[in-house]
Design a protein around this ligand. Structure first.
Ligand code: NAD
Length: 241
């Protein structure tokens, strides 16, 4: 049963990080289409401008700012039915180019940011709610020039399992999605993706909306209610587990 079905008189609310761009934004639009309210957390503007979407401009790696910001959220967006951690960065790195600063930036945003958001929002999440973390196919395979990013997403997938254990007494399911190539504005702009698409068994990149649909399916529990601690790879067959 979806949160919407459990609370017919109130719209369910999803906190979505990274909701101003890419897949986070597509996910926000998918949930709004289904009648959800969105508490968008992002560094920048760009989240859907709509009365059902409230943007909290905050750096998710700044624990104090995150706690203060969440405390100031207006009432209709305070109680949560879902938390979606989509904010993330993927600069290239290898053993020659990695620096301590780059390590800290990638791990702070991708790993620490995800953990801090759950830490500070979990008590507002309804029992039997859901959390979905954005991992990546790179968490499971070796990719040139992604030594830091791959390790950070492996950490996200593992933390997803631990969070699932910790929150299971409340009936909260915690899962991850691990996309392969996605036709996001950044991937289109940097031109890297086209070169790799012939090696994808389905011969195309995913549309951001397809990833949003998977996140929605994992969140509502309709057909996914017995899945927790799992990271679902969605890569057109590029990686088969
Ligand atoms: N694009 C891909 O092909 C791809 C593939 C696999 C996984 N992923 C993962 O999916 C997620 C979304 O990727 P995307 O390409 O749609 O992202 P994107 O770059 O289009 O958007 C990311 C958003 O996160 C926000 N953000 C970054 N750092 C932040 C911080 N410290 N605090 C708050 N907000 C912050 C940015 O402002 C931006 O709006 C990421 O976690 C990414 O690692 C992407």
């Amino acid at each position: 049963m979806s949160p919407a079905a459990r609370n017919p008189d109130s719209q369910p609310v999803a906190l979505i990080t990274g909701a101003s761009n890419g897949m986070g934004r597509s996910t926000a639009l998918r949930f709004m289409e289904a009648g959800w309210k969105i508490l968008a957390l992002d560094l920048v503007k760009g989240a859907p401008e709509d009365p059902n979407c409230h943007l909290l401009q905050v750096d998710i790696t700044d624990e104090q700012a995150l706690a203060t910001g969440l405390a100031s959220v207006p009432e209709p967006f305070r109680g949560l039915n879902a938390i979606i951690n989509a904010a993330g960065i993927y600069p290239v790195s290898n053993l020659d180019t990695l620096t301590v600063d780059l390590y800290r930036r990638i791990f702070d945003i991708n790993v620490l940011g995800t953990l801090l958001v759950v830490k500070h929002a979990k008590d507002r999440l309804a029992d039997h709610g859901a959390i979905v973390n954005f991992s990546s196919i790179d968490a499971f395979i070796a990719v040139d020039n992604q030594v830091l990013y791959s390790a950070s997403k492996a950490a996200v997938s593992n933390a997803t399992k631990t969070m699932a254990m910790e929150l299971s007494p409340r009936g909260i399911r915690v899962n991850g999605v691990a996309p392969g190539w996605v036709r996001t504005a950044q991937n289109i702009a940097n031109g890297r993706m086209e070169r790799f698409l012939p090696s994808v068994p389905l011969r195309r990149a995913a549309e951001p909306e397809e990833i949003a649909e998977l996140v929605y399916w994992l969140t509502t529990g309709e057909g996914s209610r017995y899945i927790t601690g799992e990271t679902i790879v969605t890569s057109g067959g590029l990686y088969m587990r």
